[in-house]
Design a protein around this ligand. Structure first.
Ligand code: NAP
Length: 373
């Protein structure tokens, strides 16, 4: 199998390489034909030297070294050229943020199957993106742990009554509400369970990430009856409930390598990992307090409204960037997202194609950037 990885220098990209290292030792037959990065040239050079792909891409820089046997594209659109030339059978789209939408579209065009980590593609593209995949006969295997769990639990023709997505509660789950205003970037990046990229770690604390996941689940599984519960140690990744009272839980140690591996070897399970000792811990869930996580409430309110989903995501990307730059407070993240959603709700915007989506994403960013300036 020929594999390409976009966002190879990030958290998911790096773990994908670890999984592939393991699978190689198990005799899984593959070749990495293309990789892409945003700006981390040092890490990209290390990866190219180790894996020797035919094509590589870096979007925001030039590579400082010429590398034999690998064609390196650089600059805006480099990832698209890498995908077009490397012609992978399978692409893991692990680019962070809405920048990944174009990568997902190209991956759909050139691959038979994609492992989709970039949830923004579905949140912004909605049914347009799913239809595009259908037209190209390309399978989408979710990589997000909750959606991988739902994908694994959903069996044949059974129609679920409800999807229940679990959340850890993020780094600030026990911080008194009145103290949230003054938490630091370091406090928020200290996630209790998962080790992930910066944006998704901040988004876990605000539950914007859970909101994006609810939207992603709605499109991937075609069910609007979705709930979120807190499972502190994230050993339950998701639940499917059926009309006859049965609930199926997906249980396992939280490690992104497991859903990444499943997306690569699906429908087989070749990856190996330790099992949790189920006698050592009770399975416990808590209700979500929407005063602590107003962004999740907002995500439910805009579910199915593509214009506002794009707004929700783009405004949050800007707000998280501003918070990481220490220009706004933690509690301002939600204010920016809510203000943007309220503003764009009143704008008459029609989305006919992917260019319209990308234009709206750009417009929202410009608007959101100005709210606190
Ligand atoms: N981390 C997780 O556990 C997890 C779990 C589920 C889903 N996801 C989803 O997976 C995606 C990646 O998350 P992550 O945590 O791995 O993020 P991350 O660590 O921030 O990595 C993002 C990757 O995307 C690259 N990138 C950013 N902008 C780019 C651009 N314009 N063109 C090309 N490449 C670009 C980055 O390159 P440079 O670093 O070289 O700039 C990096 O390789 C997100 O959509 C996230 O929601 C992540």
């Amino acid at each position: 199998m020929k594999i390409a990885i976009t966002g190879v220098t990030g958290s998911i990209g790096t773990q994908t390489l670890e999984v592939l290292e393991f699978l190689k030792n198990k005799g899984f037959d593959f070749e990495i034909v293309g990789v892409s990065a945003g700006s981390n040239d040092k890490k990209l050079i290390e990866i190219i030297k180790k894996w020797n792909p035919k094509y590589a891409a870096i979007e925001k820089k030039e590579l400082s070294e010429k590398i034999e046997n690998t064609n390196v594209f650089s600059g805006n659109g480099a990832t698209l050229k890498m995908l077009k030339n490397s012609k992978p059978d399978f692409t893991i789209v692990a680019t962070g943020g809405a920048a990944g939408i174009r990568h997902t579209l190209k991956a759909i065009e050139v691959s038979k199957r994609i492992g989709l980590a970039n949830k923004e593609s579905i949140v912004c593209g909605g049914n347009m993106l799913l239809n595009y995949a259908k037209e190209h006969n390309t399978e989408i295997i979710p990589v997000d742990s909750e959606h991988s769990a739902l994908f694994q639990l959903k069996n044949g023709d059974d129609i679920p009554y409800k999807l229940i997505i679990t959340a850890s509660g993020g780094a600030l789950r026990d911080v008194p509400l009145e103290e949230l205003e003054n938490v630091t970037v370091e406090d928020v990046l200290n996630h209790p369970v998962w080790s992930m990229g910066k944006r998704i770690t901040i988004d876990s604390a605000t539950m914007v990430n859970k909101g994006l996941e609810v939207i992603e689940a709605y499109y991937l599984f075609g069910i609007k009856n979705i709930d979120v519960v807190i499972n502190r140690n994230s050993h339950i990744h998701s639940i499917i409930a059926y009309k006859d009272g049965v609930m199926k839980f997906h249980y396992g140690i939280p490690d992104m390598k497991i859903p990444i591996a499943y997306s690569i070897t699906y429908p087989k399970r070749i990856f190996e990992y330790k099992l949790p000792d189920i006698t050592l811990e009770p399975v416990k869930f808590e209700k979500v307090d929407y005063n602590r996580y107003p962004a999740l409430k907002l995500a439910f309110e805009i579910l199915g409204n593509q214009k506002l989903q794009i707004t929700f995501n783009a405004a949050d990307e800007i707000a998280v960037k501003l918070f990481l730059e220490r220009k706004i407070k933690y509690t301002d993240i939600y204010k920016i997202v809510k203000n943007s959603v309220d503003y764009f709700e009143k704008q008459n915007i029609v989305l006919n194609d992917f260019e319209d989506i990308i234009n709206l994403d750009r417009e929202v960013r410009i608007y959101a950037e100005k709210i606190f300036s």
